[in-house]
Design a protein around this ligand. Sequence first.
Ligand code: MEV
Length: 305
Amino acid sequence: MKTVAASSPGKLLLFGDHAVVYGYPSVVTAVDQRMMVTITESEKDGVMYDVLGSDTRFLDAALHTAQLLWGNISHIAVQTKSQFSEKLGLGSSSAVTVSFLFALSEYLSKPLKPIELFNAAYKAVLFVQGVGSGFDVAAAVYGGTIRYVRGGKEITSIDASGLPLVIGYTGTKADTATIVKDVKKKYENNKEKVKRIFEAIGGLVDQVMPRLVDKDWERVGKFMDFNQEYLRDLGVSSEKLEALILAAKNAGALGAKLSGAGGGDCMIALVTNDIRRSVEGAIEKAGGQVIRHASSGAEGVRVEP
Ligand code: MEV
């Protein structure tokens, strides 16, 4: 029986959270925690799912998008397997969408260019979520570390290999769509202030780019702290995020910030190898869960043997 498997990585926003929704640049890195989708030929009519949890909205939207591209798709069984929990906010929805569309394109021998795959997956994700810049889709497709502008207007690969990150999970899943809508309300009610914050975040992304390439982690860490200050001003941080960020900083982290929508999910800290252990310990002592074995700059979507 014919079978094709594809996997894609999770993501972390390094810089530009929220501002990216308003057209400002961001920096996103792919993490090597992967989401795999396997398609197997089936004798049964239709498309059968054997998936994690009961939420098949992203698979349904991806299938619908694929059918618009290639016509009716039938006689397949779809299985998903993940190296990370969907609760972490590491981008499981976009990763499953990208992996499924890529696996389908391979299964049907209908090759897609990366930008075509990005466009199709972004459309499917937007259909389900209603909001989102698409940075998570770009990370899943392209991998590595990229400078990203909403809708894929810019997807530029940056060599930031070896970025020494510690990831701390707050234990709370963030409701991204609600937080993005709350920020929109703030923007509409106080355009001047919120625009100033976004402009500052966008400016910071421009300044940090050469530092990332030079691997000047001390400066990169400072920019993380600045970015966190702006996100705090925006009102999207939480007590738990702040506790983990403070613990990491007190243990010597070069910089620390929330990553993503805020309100929960993960924080990230930039470290040097000699202080990694103490930063991890401090995050755990403050009640966080350290996500180990998740390095940045992971490979984008790929076929699995
Ligand atoms: C959420 O993970 C990150 C936001 O910037 C939303 C988005 O870019 O889609 C808040």
